[in-house]
Design a protein around this ligand. Structure first.
Ligand code: COA
Length: 215
């Protein structure tokens, strides 16, 4: 299968966002909370609009895609934030009205987001730029284990090596193996923490990983 790396257009978000949720398969409580209803058309459309909005307002945002050049199909996408000159503000996730079905769901999303971001914010506070953070890495289930994730990762690590950046990622159990092959090292693994009132929900383990700068 001939693979090519590229940059997705805004129109292509409609095409690949459903694939992203299919790849995550509802297994990440963080994704389920912060990007709700990804298994429905309405939830996917809401996420498309939020991704495009964030891309527009945050100049550090970079998306990459891998396409099968025979069919034109998008097989995988990744999203990175490249911080070269300015550190990001530590902002809690938010969304337009209707993103969450009630205040409780929004509070849960914001709490799990804070726990997810804790290590990242600390790392960015304590370390020099440039830093590249990997936020999203998804490959269509029927095209996994064929090198797509490796190619998507290479886009970011090649850029990191070019500009002398450290890379960071909060990996799922599945993503961890891919990143270790790309030179990332696990710094901490932990369960995301939420207030007592949300204790009944599915727990999620993440691996905070860093890849040292090569300069
Ligand atoms: C994680 C993911 C992006 C990997 O993409 P992929 O295209 O299947 O990865 P590749 O084919 O490039 O495989 C990379 C290497 O990691 C290994 N690997 C991938 N997943 C693995 C797993 N669960 N266990 C052990 N090894 C694994 C592969 O064997 C491969 O090693 P090799 O090059 O020696 O053969 C993909 O499985 C996915 O989308 N998962 C669901 C979403 C997710 O969890 N994303 C990560 C968010 S942090």
């Amino acid at each position: 299968m001939p693979l090519a790396l590229g940059i997705p257009t805004d129109d292509e978000f409609q095409v690949f966002v459903p694939m992203m949720f299919e790849a995550m398969g509802g297994r990440s409580e963080f994704v389920n909370a912060v990007w709700p209803d990804g298994h429905t058309k309405e939830g996917q459309e809401m996420s498309v609009q939020r991704f495009l909005f964030l891309k527009q307002i945050d100049p550090s945002t970079r998306w990459s895609k891998v396409t099968d050049t025979d069919t034109g199909e998008i097989l995988g996408v990744a999203q990175w934030n490249v911080y070269e000159d300015a550190k990001p503000q530590e902002m809690i996730v938010d969304g337009p009205p209707g993103t969450w079905k009630n205040d409780d769901e929004k509070e849960f999303a914001q709490e799990i987001f804070k726990s997810f971001m804790e290590e990242r914010w600390k790392f960015i506070r304590e370390n020099d730029l440039p830093i590249i953070a990997l936020n999203i890495m998804t490959v269509a289930p029927k095209h996994q284990y064929q090198g797509v994730g490796t190619l998507l990762q290479k886009w970011g690590t090649d850029l990191a090596d070019k500009i002398g950046a450290t890379c960071i990622v909060e990996a799922t159990v599945e993503g961890r193996w891919l990143y270790e092959k790309g030179g990332f090292v696990v710094q901490r693994h932990h369960l995301l923490e939420v207030p007592q009132k949300f204790q009944g929900r599915q727990q999620q383990r993440i691996f905070f990983m860093t890849r040292p700068r090569r300069s």
